[in-house]
Design a protein around this ligand. Structure first.
Ligand SMILES: [Zn+2]
Length: 310
């Protein structure tokens, strides 16, 4: 679990505890209303406790009251047992009592809320429900079928071994419409189904986030900037069609990629540009980050049929 959603998760758990406590108090008052004898005993008990506390503070004797309190407590306990009265707090999650943790490990209920947040935050507009199982390249005859099918298999493995694979940077370059975006959607959906934090952005959306950060605009996009840096997998789709803003596009892109690489986070770029065009547009540095085989998987230009035209 990454820390990015901690405040929200704390808020959810906190409000659950408050609700559980309020409900318990309501139940308690209902029980007392149904059992006037008990209500009276509780009233006496509170009065005695107050008396004893005051007497103790003033160092006055109160043995008689203490004895009376013991008797009263026993009577209350006998009454509760005899009438099968159960005082209990009904937590939303009885396993962790709405604390979110069991033995310092996240409880199932917390992971569920975390998963919901990951899904809500995985993209700016909801992604199509497209998964690896929906890949049809294995049975297809289009020229890119073999290449794309292989990529699906590789990314499925990356999703399975997300935390153990050394691969951090992924670059997929290929003609427009060959199926890169669907692949990116399937990958993002797969990761989020495994509670891995992933952010899918078009290059255009990404540059707008950078621009709002650069100009310090307090917009919703500006807020996502931190998630761009912190999510475990950043997917930048269609790099190369976004506008180049001076001091923003290339500078923020490079610093984001470098920072993420340094922190062991993964970044994926899908682009219609080939190696030369990428160098021309972004400089050698970008490509070199995706060329080192120790931590990168780069797939050279894939040609094929434009699936959107089929
Ligand atoms: Zn729980």
């Amino acid at each position: 679990m990454i820390n990015y959603f901690n405040t929200i998760l704390d808020g959810i758990m906190n409000s659950r505890r408050i609700i559980a406590k309020e409900n318990a108090e309501k139940d308690y008052r209902t029980i007392l209303a149904l059992h006037p004898t008990l209500k009276e005993s509780v009233k006496q008990k509170k009065a005695l406790e107050l008396f004893i506390a005051r007497a103790t503070a003033l160092k006055k004797p109160c043995e008689a009251e203490e004895k009376k309190l013991d008797e009263l407590n026993k009577n209350i306990s006998d009454y509760v047992k005899a009438n099968n009265i159960v005082f209990s707090v009904k937590y939303n999650c009885p396993i962790c009592k709405d604390s979110g943790y069991v033995n310092q490990k996240p409880c199932k209920c917390l992971l569920e809320e975390y998963g919901k947040l990951l899904k809500q935050n995985m993209s700016l507009t909801p992604l199509p429900e497209f998964y690896f199982k929906d890949n049809t390249f294995a049975k297809s005859n289009v020229p890119q079928a073999a290449g794309m099918n292989k990529l699906y298999k590789i990314l499925e493995q990356v999703a399975d071994k997300f935390y153990s694979t050394k691969l951090q940077n992924f670059l997929f370059s290929g003609a427009s419409g060959i199926g890169k975006t669907c692949l990116a959607h399937a990958f993002a959906n797969q990761l989020v189904s495994k509670n891995i934090s992933v952010l899918y952005l078009s290059s255009f959306e990404l540059v707008n986030i950078f621009l709002d950060k650069h100009t310090n605009k307090q917009t919703a996009l500006r807020k996502i900037y931190n998630y761009v840096q912190e999510c475990e997998m950043l997917i930048i789709d269609n790099l190369g069609v976004e506008p180049i803003y001076k001091n923003v596009t290339i500078e923020y892109l490079m610093s984001t990629i470098e920072k993420r690489l340094g922190e062991g986070k993964k970044t994926m770029i899908c682009t219609q540009l080939d190696g030369h065009a990428l160098i021309n547009r972004y400089g050698e540095a970008l490509l070199s980050k995706f060329a080192d085989k120790k931590y990168s998987l780069s797939v050279g230009y894939i040609n094929g049929e434009d699936l959107r035209k089929l």
